[in-house]
Write a protein that binds this ligand. Sequence first.
Ligand code: PLZ
Length: 448
Amino acid sequence: MTVPPSLPQERRLLTPVPGPRSRELMERKRGVVADAVASAWPVFAERAGGGIIEDVDGNRLIDLGSGLGVTVVGNAAEAVVRRLTAQAARFTHTAFSVTPYEGYVAVAEALAELTPGEHAKKSVLLNSGAEAVENAVKIARAYTKRQAVVVFDHAYHGRTNLTMALTAKNMPFKQGFGPFAPEVYRVPVAYPYRWPTGPESCAAEAAEQAIDQISKQIGPDNVAAIVIEPLLGEGGFIEPALGFLPAIRRFAADHGILFVADEIQSGFCRTGQWFACEHEGIVPDLIVTAKGIAGGLPLAAVTGRAEIMDSVQPGGLGGTYCGNPVACAAALGAIEAMKEFDLRGKAKNIEAVLKSRLSALSEKHEIIGDVRGRGAMVAVELVTDRASKAPNAEATAAVAKACHEAGVLVLTTGTYANVIRFLPPLVIGEDLLSEGLDVLAEAFAAVG
Ligand code: PLZ
């Protein structure tokens, strides 16, 4: 079982949400936590598991966000808790660069087994997604002896200095935080819904434009890496039009540029496969993972061709906490649960439910411009009207708020803040998912 038996899988509202205890804690937060550290929903968690978050007022909320796409295996998953508590009781830290331990090696073995490609692979473990993306760039630069990095419109890669430069959206991620790292270049991505000449011509035209810009404005020989999310997350759950990724992948291979897949949000069963780039048979040179890898513990990785990973000088990669033994134990538990409970299959079932319910909703509501995504990574994009496709951030916020008040946690996203994304834990029960979507339907009806 991945669902804690002591936590009933039922929505339950005992107070208005947020309730009095949450409001009290919010006041304390305001006094001591920096205002910049925002919370999408001011509800404080007491416990969580399966598809439920229970708050400090005893309300049970349906979780369609997985803590930003992290708890693929659910919160407090049995295998994660079992393995991490056993590890914590043995030792919590030695620093892998001082006194190594087996868990780190076992996670690297699992990554070599599960990531795309049959070649020899090696990994480095890090603490966060952003740190892992930075390390992928370091490795690519060391291996290619080139400096430029190519990223895409609507990309999100993190909040550190280098990854802010890689991230597209200014507010709130970059505003006031410059200067940003140099040698980062942004090119178009194949965004079917908003491609000027329509979805059919999108893949070929976008690839042509991206490749032309790299060729004319940067020079392929100067490019160390092309970094891309195979299914873009924070940019609005954009599935690049089919054919775009293979074209970029081919171009990279032809020019000695490393193709780096940022699978931090899309990886580990989320899209119905181990990794989203499998959808088009893409084998990246480097693949970056985090979030789902460790059931909520902070862990991230760069995995890549052995000869690329080994081009960095000894001691060139690491950090005090990287590959923490408790986080590694949690990762081994999470991967065990993904296999045991066939979470790739579960993601596909979730996609079927989400797509059919959301398509039905879009027939009723003119403000739903697009339904897209794969597996348990699906979204609707809201517009003022279908002809203009003008982003409708206002209605997006209103629908999310109505869901929250009714006890369903949905997250918004997108460059234009007009996307409602669904990324439930893959262990959510179908009844609960369905009830969450009933609430969503009521929210759309209320907002119009
Ligand atoms: N790459 C594709 O999705 C993190 C960030 C939310 P970290 N996405 C959620 C927020 O408001 O901070 C993410 C991602 C992709 C990189 C990252 C960065 O991962 O673990 O947040 O550093």
